[in-house]
Design a binder for this molecule. Structure first.
Ligand code: CMC
Length: 424
């Protein structure tokens, strides 16, 4: 199958077919408009391949997710988040020397410029940390200007990964009015973030290995997910040759929405609402099926996964074990399990292939860890950083990249003459 035939009017056209390494098939329509005058129409881009990529493979029908070929289950079981960052960004698993060097670099670049602290002061206390996070990431470009020099680009990648967790923790401290906690070089990536979030001077803070391990897993499971809304935004913005910090800041904004990364916060808000309403989850199942209600079961459904989300499978088990290890009893976990049980056997959900996604159980783990609800999506962003960076880098290094510029089918008024206001 080398070509695809298209009949338009009385003309027949042939278009090349491209195949991925997992036999995914795409019809190459790059010359569609110049040859036929027509465009492809695909709102929501559910059938449109915007690039080729070597980073992440998803088979939504079979619940498969692989980073650079490695199954998510194996990575989640054994790798560290820093190792996964290296894998996604540089394309191979680091050897011992590479990992030590990378880890040292990430440790040495965690401080933010002292002047940036003034930015935090200007925000009202109730500001959502995602607003602060996106603005701060873009602001890094003021301190670390862009360059075409690959070494500087790489240094900016390190800076971004290292400083993002400091910025995230400062955003949280700002929201609760506590002093900022500076990074510590003796802690792991995740341990340092927990320390900056939860240390309250003068009390000493000891990083709990249970929290450190849970956060490592959560960040890994969020690390990349090919051409989703925020990653496509990063590529879209980056395609105009906007700098790394600006492109990633745009990705954070895209992630914020409740249909994307904001879903983890929305799930907890929903479960909380059900609990306060007497735990009547059947009523909310009914509402989710009623299109008029405007209510959706948050944490359910996915554009790509049509069988199960392998990340959700891992997180469901993790939620139980983390709550167990921390000795936390959360009534929301029970409501979540009841909702899942009903949905999995309900015709509406079965027919539409709606299964729990990564956000359904992650919020319950964050809650048990003591992370406030409005920080959930910030942590998703921290996890997704290496994926966004890898995708941005891949796009910038691909000589075939063109500025992203979709077309439209115009449905507005046809040409008409302007009428001066007195005569209207
Ligand atoms: N609850 C109830 N009905 C739903 C839901 C839901 N959560 N999700 C989809 N549907 C229905 C939808 O009404 C439609 O029904 P019909 O065919 O009768 O019109 C059908 O299922 C297909 O839905 P869609 O909106 O066309 O699907 P999509 O691929 O455009 O959207 C989605 C995918 C994830 C945005 C959607 O399933 C949703 O809104 N889920 C809730 C929000 C959520 O959990 N988002 C996190 C996604 S995973 C993390 C990430 O990658 O960001």
């Amino acid at each position: 199958m080398d070509n695809a035939k298209l009949i338009l009017g009385d003309q027949e056209y042939e278009f090349p077919v491209i195949k991925g390494s997992e036999d995914e098939v795409g019809i190459d329509f790059t010359k569609l408009r110049s040859r036929t005058g027509a465009i492809s129409f695909d709102p929501g881009y559910g059938n449109t391949g915007a690039c080729t990529s070597e980073i992440t493979y998803i088979d939504g029908e079979n619940g498969i997710l692989r980073y650079r070929g490695y199954p998510i289950e194996q990575i989640a079981e054994s790798a560290s988040f820093v190792e996964v960052c290296y894998l996604l960004i540089y394309g191979h698993l680091p050897d011992e020397k590479e990992l030590t060097n990378f880890q040292n670099q990430l440790t040495r670049h965690t401080l933010i410029h002292e002047d940036m602290k003034k930015f935090f002061e200007g925000y009202p206390p109730a500001t959502h940390p995602m607003a602060i996070m996106s603005a701060m990431l873009v602001s890094l470009s003021a301190f670390y200007p862009e360059s075409d020099d690959p070494d500087i680009i790489n240094l900016n990648i390190i800076r971004l990964l290292a400083k993002a967790k400091t910025l995230a923790a400062f955003a949280y401290k700002k929201s609760i009015g506590q002093p900022y906690i500076y990074p510590r070089n003796d802690l792991s990536y995740t341990g340092d973030f927990l320390h900056m979030m939860f240390a309250v001077p003068p009390e000493p803070y000891h990083v709990s290995p249970v929290l450190e391990k849970a956060l490592n897993l959560l960040l890994i499971l969020h690390a990349d997910h090919e051409q989703n809304c925020s990653t496509s935004t990063v590529r879209m913005v980056g395609s105009s040759q906007a700098n790394l910090f600006a492109s990633i800041g745009a990705g954070v904004c895209a992630l914020w929405g409740p249909l994307h990364g904001g879903a983890n916060q929305a799930v907890i808000d929903m479960l909380e609402m059900i609990r306060k309403d007497g735990g009547d989850y059947k009523k909310y199942m009914g509402l989710a099926k009623d299109k008029e209600s405007g209510f959706r079961l948050m944490g359910f459904g996915h554009r790509v996964y049509k069988n199960f989300d392998p990340r959700a499978t891992i997180l469901k088990e993790t939620a139980k074990s983390v709550l167990n290890e921390l000795g936390v009893h959360d009534p929301l976990l029970e409501i979540a399990q009841e909702l899942e049980n009903i949905a999995l056997s309900d015709d509406y959900f079965v027919q539409r292939n709606l299964y729990p996604n990564v956000d359904f159980y992650s919020g319950i783990i964050y809650r048990a860890m003591g992370i406030p609800t409005n920080m959930f999506t910030v942590i998703f962003a921290l996890g997704r950083l290496p994926g966004w960076i890898a995708q941005w880098k891949e796009m910038r290094e691909d000589p075939s990249t063109r500025i992203n510029r979709p077309r439209q089918i115009y449905t507005g008024a046809t040409a008409r003459d302007y009428v001066p206001v007195q005569k209207r």
